[in-house]
Ligand binder design. Structure first.
Ligand code: ACO
Length: 403
């Protein structure tokens, strides 16, 4: 067949495509999105079926290894993850050195980056066994690290993982349990969080995933590539939107303005005022993940004692938007972040942890895409071109001649 790589010669011509709106950076068999129809599939399986029937650990296996596991494969994978939940004591001590009120997101990316100093036996990007080992370490330790950041930020003592628990149950324990005490898992909470992680697990070439690929294309190791992805996720136009939505809702609730007035500000394009949790580069229809989450939000808030007033506000913002020409013409619909924050809050997570929860969910997708990139013989180092707009050549001006 045709080798795409051989076409990638310097032709002297460049395509200018800000935000890569029309540029594919990879060929990928992991995730399929049809943005006009609102379709999302992991490895061919519709997101609706996975959210209903699968588990986050199984979906992680599916994304990374390409097929649904047999029972034996799943048991082995799950057991391996349970064995790797503890982080090195010195890595844990990192968290003591951060400022008391440090935001959890940069703490998590710093700790994931630091894994490449603690686990130097799995840094090869060519050795399949080492890649499997760093894959297991990342999947198992990320929840522990996320909780360390949460506990530090809240000034709470560290709770160690209990490996008799599954990944999501353990995650609840290390976030909300007490040291040296058994943790009674609320199965409803665990199920809801598991489902949210499934919905976040991959989303093809979004900003953070393409960052992971770009960093990895230089053959930087998996830990460093993932740390870069976490940083890309933090911004409010990407994963940071989930906490920005809650701040927006609370801001509207606390002001006298109400939903209608806020929407006027959005439509007038006041600087920094957007309807957070709305709009998407690829979806020009209802985000299928948002549809699933919206369907369960009311029930979950009722069960966890969530803030109904904020939910009502979110519902009325959506109602206004879906009937308003500004949003209709631009095909702006709720995205995955619009309703998740309400659920996370009801579960007891502080707002600044929301994007970390997104990162825990997105991790298997980043890993799957990094592995696909490393395995692909067509991969080249990512190196975009530019349109130079600066000065033409000029001579150096001595200091005393500068005005
Ligand atoms: N509120 C108000 N107007 C919006 C919004 C919004 N949330 N989103 C887009 N628009 C408007 C833009 O102002 C622009 O209007 P114009 O044509 O008059 O200039 C038009 O819709 C197109 O928007 P762009 O910003 O060009 O679209 P882009 O694809 O670059 O951005 C993005 C997509 C970043 C998601 C954007 O919709 C946004 O900022 N949304 C709010 C933040 C958010 O929810 N991010 C999470 C995304 S999902 C995720 O990462 C999980």
């Amino acid at each position: 067949g045709l080798r795409i790589g051989s076409l990638l010669k310097d032709t002297g011509k460049v395509t200018y495509d800000p935000g890569f709106a029309n540029t594919a950076n990879a060929s990928s068999a992991v995730t399929y999105i049809d943005g006009d129809e609102g379709i999302l599939r992991y490895r061919g399986y519709p997101i609706e079926q996975l959210a209903e029937k699968s588990t986050f650990v199984e979906v992680s296996y599916l994304l990374i290894y390409g097929e649904l596991p047999t029972q034996t494969q799943l048991d082995e994978f799950d057991a391996r993850l349970r064995r790797h939940t503890i982080v090195h004591e010195d890595l844990r001590r990192f968290f003591q050195a951060f400022p008391l009120d440090a935001h959890p997101m940069p703490m998590v990316s710093a700790a994931i980056n630091a894994m490449s100093t603690f686990y130097q036996d799995s840094l090869s990007v060519f050795d399949e066994e080492q890649i499997d080992l760093s894959t297991a370490r990342l999947l198992a330790k990320m929840p522990t690290i996320a909780a360390l950041a949460h506990r530090k930020n809240q000034g709470l003592p560290v709770v160690h993982p209990d490996n008799s628990l599954g990944l999501v149950e353990n995650f609840l324990r290390v976030n909300f349990g007490f040291p040296s005490e058994p943790y009674e898992v609320d199965p409803l909470k665990a199920k809801a969080l598991d489902q949210l992680f499934i919905l976040h697990a991959d989303h093809e070439q979004n900003c953070s995933t393409s960052t992971v690929r770009l960093v990895g294309s230089s053959q930087a190791n998996l830990y460093q590539s993932i740390a870069a992805g976490i940083n890309a996720l933090s911004g409010p136009l990407h994963g940071g939107a989930n906490s920005a939505v809650l701040e927006m809702l609370e801001g509207i609730k606390d002001s006298d303005d109400g939903a209608k007035k806020y929407m006027e500000r959005v439509k007038n394009k006041e600087k920094g005022v957007r309807l957070m949790g709305f709009g998407h580069r690829v979806y020009k229809n209802y985000d299928p993940r948002a549809a699933i989450i919206k369907g369960t939000t009311h029930d979950l808030l009722e069960k966890f004692g969530g803030d109904d007033e904020l939910l009502d506000l979110a519902l009325s913002l959506e109602e206004i938007a879906l009937a308003d020409d500004y949003f209709v013409e631009r095909r702006l619909y709720p995205n995955v972040d619009f309703y998740t924050g309400l659920i996370y809050k009801a579960m007891g997570f502080p707002t600044n942890m929301f994007t970390v929860l997104f990162a825990v969910g997105r991790l298997p997708g980043w890993i799957a895409q990094w592995r696909e990139m490393i395995d692909d013989p067509e991969t080249k180092i990512g190196r975009p071109r530019q349109i130079y707009t600066g000065a033409t050549e000029r001579g150096y001006v001595p200091m005393d001649e500068r005005s």
